[in-house]
Design a binder for this molecule. Structure first.
Ligand code: C6P
Length: 406
């Protein structure tokens, strides 16, 4: 029986809600996860008892706020087996990747160089590199996919060459659920003298992460997909690369000394966190890390892949339903389409019985073209989902099909 014990839904107040008189079956965690009471309370508690800006003042509240914020940096570092100084807080994966593209890319990429991404990237790990290539006169190249949606290593071996300076790759596709063998990519990138930037938006929330072993040079992820608040993300980078990176945001607190005409920068990581950050959000993120740690990342990984595999197999059995991505070894999500029904109609019909899925291009338009569809529906799972949620999805798909076949 697929179930994390005890039933974790009880920790999430949103599951007390009814949607169109039905219990909520939330299958949109790849867009954003729900938040447990522990995270909501941590943010509330911060605003009620500690609220103050960080790093700027010496009064009690400011010192407590700074200590709380820096404590979460330590928690985050431990969560990915990195060093606290290598952890930069951003607004999310998108900002983290843009920071690398601007701060590192602008000074390390030039005409004749190439940047390599895959054919299944989320726009957040595509457009920053398109823009960088355009700014610097470099070329963007693509690692192609195999027919089942897994990454073609053969293609990676072809496109990563001595002109490659950056390989930027998702670890888990937000559409196909494909898991990318990051260690293989790291070896290919490093052998070519390139760095590897990993988009961990769909992987870090779902599996144990150890940056000391994964071979990445930069790793980006978002708090809101792992029970944390929106507006908080992480860029982890190897210190040697952070030292070679320029800030993206210039202004308050990221400086050491400022003159009328010039300035010098604060130490890393403060140098990359200009302006007042999302302090309460970071505090909430700390509670989220403690929450998922308590459940256990290995348990979360097993649970997510069991649910996704179960959903994949069940959906595949339904005539007229197409499912996308590899049938084994997939992330905690399944994208699908029902013949002759637009995915927006599917999502709306499912919502009518309380089943929340995402429909659309999932911020991966080039991948939609590769699949030959305009859009898909997507069911994505997290630690609070169970086998019953999969059953409700399957039942709802059956009744949607019946409704549109009439
Ligand atoms: N994907 C989805 O529904 P932000 O929005 O910055 O937290 O994360 C961006 C991002 C980057 N890479 C991947 C692989 C992602 O899946 C996402 C976010 C959500 O699929 C929202 S579009």
């Amino acid at each position: 029986m697929i179930r994390l014990e005890p039933d974790l839904k009880a920790d999430f107040p949103i599951f007390d809600r009814l949607i169109h008189d039905h219990r909520l079956t939330y299958l949109d965690s790849a867009a954003t996860s729900q938040k447990p009471r522990q995270v909501i309370d941590a943010e509330l508690d911060f605003y009620q008892k500690t609220n103050s800006n960080i790093l700027r003042s010496v009064h009690t509240l400011a010192e407590e706020a700074t200590a709380g914020y820096e404590r979460v940096r330590g928690l985050t570092a431990a969560f990915i087996a990195g060093q606290p100084k290598e952890v930069i807080f951003t607004r999310g994966t998108t900002e983290s990747i843009n920071l690398v593209a601007r701060g590192y890319g602008d000074s390390h990429i030039g005409p004749g160089d190439n940047i390599v991404v895959s054919a299944m990237e989320h726009h957040s790990n595509l457009i920053p590199w398109q823009q960088l290539a355009q700014r610097r006169g470099a070329t963007l190249r693509f690692v192609e996919l195999q027919a089942d949606g897994s990454l073609s290593i053969e293609s990676a071996e072809k496109v990563i060459d001595k002109h490659t300076k950056i390989v930027a790759m998702t670890q888990v596709s937000n559409v196909l659920g494909t898991i990318v063998p990051i260690a293989v990519l790291a070896d290919l990138a490093h052998a070519a003298g390139a760095i590897l930037v990993v988009d961990g938006a769909q992987s870090v929330p779902h599996q144990p992460t150890d940056v000391s072993k994964m071979g990445a040079d930069f790793l980006a992820f978002s708090a809101h997909k792992m029970c944390g608040p929106t507006g908080v993300g992480v860029l982890w980078g190897k210190m040697e690369h952070l030292e070679a990176m320029d800030p993206m945001l210039y202004g308050g607190e990221m400086i050491a000394y400022v003159d009328r005409q010039q300035a010098t920068w604060a130490d890393i990581p403060t140098r990359f966190e200009g302006g007042t950050p999302n302090i309460a959000g970071v505090i909430g993120f700390g509670a989220a890390i403690e929450y998922v740690n308590q459940v256990g990342m290995a348990n979360i990984a097993r649970h997510g892949s069991d649910l996704a595999e179960m959903a994949y197999q069940r959906l595949k059995e339904i005539p007229g339903v197409a499912v996308y991505g590899p049938d084994k070894e997939r992330g905690a999500l399944v994208s699908f389409n029902i013949d002759a029904v637009h995915p927006h109609d599917v999502a709306q019909a499912l919502d009518a019985v309380g089943v929340a899925v995402r429909a659309g291009h999932h911020c991966a338009q080039p991948l939609m073209r590769w699949l030959g569809v305009a859009a898909t529906a997507r069911a994505s799972f997290y630690l609070y989902n169970d086998a019953e949620d999969v059953e409700r999805l399957v039942d709802a798909i059956h009744s949607t099909k019946r409704y549109f076949e009439r």
